[in-house]
Design a binder for this molecule. Structure first.
Ligand code: SF4
Ligand code: FES
Length: 363
């Protein structure tokens, strides 16, 4: 792939804001949250959405923080829709009501992905750090189902809620979801900070796998089920983002353009912004997107490995966070000499007490 024009990305993650009424300790946002004053304007985002469509992006995921904290969200959805992009809203649902849903539907919103912290309201509030959040989410899900808009429920799984995965499927059925994501916490940003309190045990993982298999049999084609395993228990890493600079791009609230949500941790590189160049130029020509694209950058053991074009060496940000070297093999990999770091984290988590550092906007 080196030296050639890369094919266009499939998806744009538009991180509209880091503002959010919830405080989840596994949030994938960076530890340093962007203030409102640095957020892109409506006009900037509208231009970025047009540039994404020209580049060949097919889907835009409006995310955050809580994207509904941006009052101009319907304007952005309308712009994306007019540009021919499939529009997905990734939301906690706590700011959604009949009026705001109506405005989004009129603007052409195609799909909503609603996140739940748990099925147990008390536990959900402990994780999300917001009183009354669960009832608001359930009300939001009912409004979406009433409207007929396709709905995905997303549950983030960790040590404190893994035992309730079967009840999560029951809730999804009751709320009319067409798709459910049972996604284990990923350990970047706030998740890495709280890893010891969140990492499930191997027994919990096995129980969750059984619950997912049972739900697949029970629902058949009536409900699609996506299952994201905790990669610390895997022998081989995931192909993070489908390969660096191959399928996705992220735009942060202040307009940095990144190959993944954690790329701002990569040292010694200039981060391109939507103020400096078009998305197309950034995708094709920037140093950042070329840094780990393809396989030429790989050292051993990835360089000589027959999985190098399957997992693309795993996750660069996880390699950096755990080993201090972004070009190292993902330490989840059994062939990595750093695998012992992952095994030590599992051992440490098994005896850790469950106290969190909450992600608090404005702290
Ligand atoms: Fe993937 Fe590298 Fe491990 Fe091979 S050695 S499985 S390419 S991380
Ligand atoms: Fe950055 Fe995986 S999160 S490469």
């Amino acid at each position: 792939m080196e030296g050639m024009t890369p094919p266009p990305p499939m998806s744009l993650l538009a991180e509209l804001t880091h503002r959010c009424p919830l405080q989840c300790p596994y949030c994938s946002n960076p530890l340093a949250l962007e203030p409102k004053a640095r957020e892109l304007s409506t006009e900037d985002w509208q231009r970025v959405l047009d540039e994404a469509a020209v580049l060949g992006v097919l889907q835009v995921h409006f995310s955050g923080g809580e994207p509904m904290a941006r009052k101009d969200l319907p304007d952005l959805v309308r712009q994306a829709s007019r540009a021919g992009l499939y529009t997905n809203l990734i939301t906690s649902g706590v700011l959604l009501d009949r009026d705001s849903l109506g405005r989004l539907a009129d603007a052409g919103l195609d799909h909503v992905q609603l996140s739940f912290q748990d099925v147990d309201p008390q536990q959900a509030e402990i994780i999300g750090g917001m009183k009354g959040a669960q009832s608001r989410k359930i009300a939001a899900a009912r409004l979406i189902a009433e409207d007929g808009m396709p709905l995905t429920l997303n549950f983030v799984i960790h040590r404190l809620n893994a035992e309730r995965v079967p009840a999560m499927f029951d809730l999804a059925e009751e709320l009319g979801a067409r798709r459910v994501e049972i996604a284990h916490t990923q350990y970047y940003g706030w998740g890495l900070k709280n890893r010891s309190a969140l990492l499930p045990t191997r027994q919990q993982l096995e129980d969750t796998e059984r619950a997912v298999a049972a739900a697949r049999t029970r629902f058949g084609n009536r409900m699609a089920i996506d299952f994201v395993t905790p990669d610390y228990y895997a022998d081989e890493p995931k192909p993070c983002m489908g390969g660096w600079g191959q399928r996705f791009l992220n735009v942060t609230p202040s307009g940095r353009v990144l190959p993944c949500h954690a790329a701002e941790t990569i040292p010694g590189v200039t981060f391109p912004t939507v103020h400096d160049a078009s998305l197309g130029d950034i995708w094709e020509k920037s140093e950042l997107f070329g840094l780990f694209r393809g396989t030429d950058w790989m050292p051993e053991p990835c360089r000589g490995c027959d999985r190098r074009e399957i997992d693309w060496g795993g996750c660069r940000c996880q390699a950096l966070a755990l080993t201090g070297h972004a070009e190292a093999a993902d330490p989840v990999c059994q062939r990595s000499t750093d695998r012992k770091l992952v095994d030590a984290a599992i051992t440490e988590a098994a005896t850790a007490t469950e106290t969190f550092v909450y992600r608090r906007y404005g702290d």
